[in-house]
Design a protein around this ligand. Structure first.
Ligand SMILES: [Ca+2]
Length: 177
């Protein structure tokens, strides 16, 4: 049975038809392919934001992307040999529905977090393992394991974005995008 007829048979008056949905997917597909081609990973089946975050981190920190980044471990090695885990945190504009656990228990030297709001890249925040406890203390965090983890909230992001120099002594690199 044709998809359109199937849809009509279900009499979903207000919903889009399967063919309309497939057409909408093609619009996304074309834009996605163009974006991934620009990033140099045309064949990628991963989330484009994950690919984008890694390339932003590389553009900011230099170094080389790891050959297999889908495996756990690190995504980037800087020219000085530091291993970097790269993640992104996507939220709507203004109100965050997601927070992020910065987590060094995987053993990386640095942790780069791309902040995305309403699909717009806002900033890259890079933490260092050595300085994390200092960052947690400066942010007034109360959770355990502050040597290796940071429960990163919107208030924390705003604190760093407002006065990044306050966090520089603790190894934080903040780049507004
Ligand atoms: Ca990663």
């Amino acid at each position: 049975m044709l998809l359109d007829r199937l849809w009509q048979a279900r009499a979903m008056e207000s919903a889009a038809s399967p063919l309309e949905l497939v057409a909408a997917l093609r619009t996304y597909r074309a834009a996605r392919q163009e974006f991934l081609a620009f990033l140099g990973c045309k064949e990628s089946n991963r989330d484009p934001l994950a690919e984008f975050a890694e390339r932003i981190a590389q553009a900011v920190l230099g170094g080389a992307l790891a050959t297999s980044r889908v495996q756990k471990g690190h995504d980037l090695v800087t020219e000085t040999g530091e291993t970097v885990q790269v993640k992104y945190l996507a939220n709507p504009e203004g109100t965050w529905v997601n927070e992020h656990p910065v987590d060094f228990r995987g053993g990386c030297d640095r942790y780069a977090l791309l902040i995305v709001e309403a699909l717009d890249a806002k900033a890259l925040v890079v933490f260092s393992r050595e300085g994390l406890a200092g960052v947690c203390s400066e942010l007034g965090k109360r959770h355990p394991n502050q040597e290796l983890t940071l429960q990163f909230t919107r208030a924390n992001y705003q604190a760093i974005a407002t006065r990044p120099e306050r966090f520089e002594p603790f190894g934080v690199t903040f780049v507004q995008l």
